[in-house]
Design a protein around this ligand. Structure first.
Ligand code: FAD
Ligand code: FES
Ligand code: FES
Length: 494
């Protein structure tokens, strides 16, 4: 299979992807073409030096400018798409004059947001994505001293959400001038070309058949075609947001003869709130879920800010988080507490499996070869008392040592139902069944909770590893329930 049609639009200019190898990252592709503003710091999604903007279907406008880690996304995955790099943010100046700085570049320059400059192009791309977020200004403070907007340390008076920069690291400037720059940007001007671009639809997903030197990157147009392809190519690697796969390619030098992209399949991109359940397509990104649900599932709303960075969440999917089968993924404990099920689609049809029965061993599941996770279903109504406690070395952008999710029904002071999901304490994510039994039917009192916390400390088979000792993990389980109790009683007494 030869391919000459795969193309990407970079800073307004369409360019063929060929002859890049199918595993080539967008970062390497850009740098090979001289766009060296996009930097490589870590090549594993941790530093944001490689951040670029991609035009994606918008939540509140036809198009959103979304910042992603170019080091993780294969360039072939962007066939037919439009991206903007730090070079493309500046607008052409008068003939013979240098381009005019973009407003976020200007603020970074005048507020001392850049010293060595290595991280700066990545910061300005992440900052530009937040600058163009359509509802950012709606969250701005009233400007009358009433602080009617956010008034919290993580949002500027201009509505700028600092979490937009949570995936960007700077080694030398210090973050205060960068935050000052972020909090100083105004509203995009009417004639701003990237602001205007939001009013037109984002590029449709291309059907891609890209091959070079014996390996291929394929993007089928429908779920049925994908399942047929998987039957024909059982060796293929399926990718969605590529935030796990990209690390495998860059750091562990993994290569696949055939990669099949599923992140734009319409059947995996639906999010529906129905009377009995909420169905979330496996390929809806975490950012989209966060924005489209807008707090409707409080436990998910608590999970997302603790799940990686905004840059990662802009690509990462629930299908990918469950698809890895990792015992320390953050969504499984939450989805277990919510009693979610997984809708699996195969060439012979669909089946629904409760998540509690999905994992069968370390990185193993009941998913058969050739099956895909199409969606996750969360039953309604939701239990009212919920919490997600992620114990990690850093507050944001870190892997869990232990993760605990609670969903409790407490009526008239009695625990009617308890569902507790745990991560990081066994070969698979698990339900804390003994603790659930110790709580159900009991009064929601300090005595019950202390007794149940002792049971919770004994759940699973936590290990010693470089993240935490088994003793620490067990202790954190118990503390987590005590913390939940303290939070609920504080809420009642305040
Ligand atoms: C810097 C960094 C920070 C991270 N932080 C966190 C964190 O805080 N918490 C956390 O849980 N994870 C974290 N991750 C891991 C990763 O972001 C998540 O696991 C993410 O949800 C993966 O989604 P994806 O769409 O990018 O998966 P991909 O990389 O595209 O795929 C991952 C695996 O899932 C399979 N897969 C994807 N979609 C499906 C599907 N629909 N059906 C069947 N199989 C499928 C793929 O075949 C592949 O094996 C982090 C990763 C990075 C690089
Ligand atoms: S190079 Fe560090 S996140 Fe991409
Ligand atoms: S300015 Fe040097 S790393 Fe940020």
């Amino acid at each position: 299979m030869a391919n000459t049609t795969a193309r990407i639009t970079v800073n307004g200019e369409e360019t063929p992807i060929s002859p890049a190898a199918p595993h080539t990252t967008t970062l390497d592709f850009l740098r090979d073409r001289g766009l060296t503003g996009t930097k490589e710091g870590c090549a594993e999604g941790e530093c944001g030096a490689c951040s670029v903007l991609v035009a994606r279907p918008g939540v509140n406008k036809p198009t959103d400018w979304v910042a992603v880690n170019a080091c993780l996304v294969p360039v072939a995955a962007l066939d037919g798409q439009e991206i903007v790099t730090a070079e493309g943010l500046a607008t052409a100046g008068e003939p013979g004059m240098p381009p005019a700085l973009h407003p976020v570049q200007q603020e970074m320059a005048v507020r001392g947001g850049s010293q060595c400059g290595y991280c700066t192009p990545g910061f300005v791309c992440s900052m530009a994505a937040e600058y163009y977020r359509p509802d950012r200004c709606a969250h701005a403070d009233a400007g009358d001293g009433t602080d009617a907007g956010h008034g919290d340390a993580e949002h500027g008076p201009n509505g700028f959400d600092l979490h937009a920069l949570s995936g960007n690291l700077c080694r030398c400037t210090g973050y205060r001038p960068i935050r000052d720059a972020a909090f100083a940007v105004g509203e995009p001007a009417d004639e701003d070309p990237l602001a205007q671009r939001r009013e037109r639809p984002a590029p449709e997903p291309a059907v891609t058949e890209y091959a070079q030197d014996g390996s291929s990157f394929l993007r089928p147009g429908t779920l049925a075609e994908t399942l047929e392809l998987l039957r024909a190519r059982p060796d293929a690697v399926v990718v969605a947001g590529s935030t796990d796969w990209g690390v495998e390619v860059n750091i562990r030098a993994r290569r696949a003869d055939c990669v099949i992209a599923i992140d734009r399949l319409p059947e995996l991109r639906e999010l529906r709130v129905e009377s009995g359940h909420i169905e979330i397509g496996a390929a809806v990104t975490l950012t989209e879920i966060e924005r489209r649900l807008d707090g409707e599932v409080p436990l998910l709303a608590e999970l997302f800010p603790q799940f990686a960075s905004r840059l990662i969440r802009n690509s990462a999917t629930l299908g990918g988080n469950l698809g890895t089968g990792s015992p320390i993924g953050d969504s499984p404990p939450v989805l277990l507490a919510l009693e979610a099920s997984v809708v699996l689609a195969g060439a012979d049809g669909e089946r629904e499996v409760p998540l509690a029965e999905y994992f069968t061993g370390y990185r193993q599941s009941v998913r058969r070869p050739g099956e895909l996770i199409r969606a996750v279903r969360i039953p309604l109504p939701l239990s009212p008392v919920t919490a997600f406690h992620k114990i990690a070395k850093r507050r944001f952008d870190d892997i869990s040592s232990v993760a605990v999710a609670f969903a409790l029904d407490v009526e008239d002071g009695v625990v009617r139902k308890a569902r507790i999901g745990l991560g990081g304490v066994a070969a698979t994510p698990i339900r804390a069944l003994a603790t659930e039994a110790a709580l159900e039917g009991e009064a929601w009192t300090a005595e019950t909770v202390e007794a149940a916390a002792r049971v919770l400390r004994g759940e699973g088979t936590p290990m010693d590893d470089h993240r935490a000792s088994s003793l620490y993990r067990s202790a954190m389980l118990g503390q987590s329930l005590l913390k939940l109790y303290a939070q609920t009683t504080e809420a009642v007494s305040s």
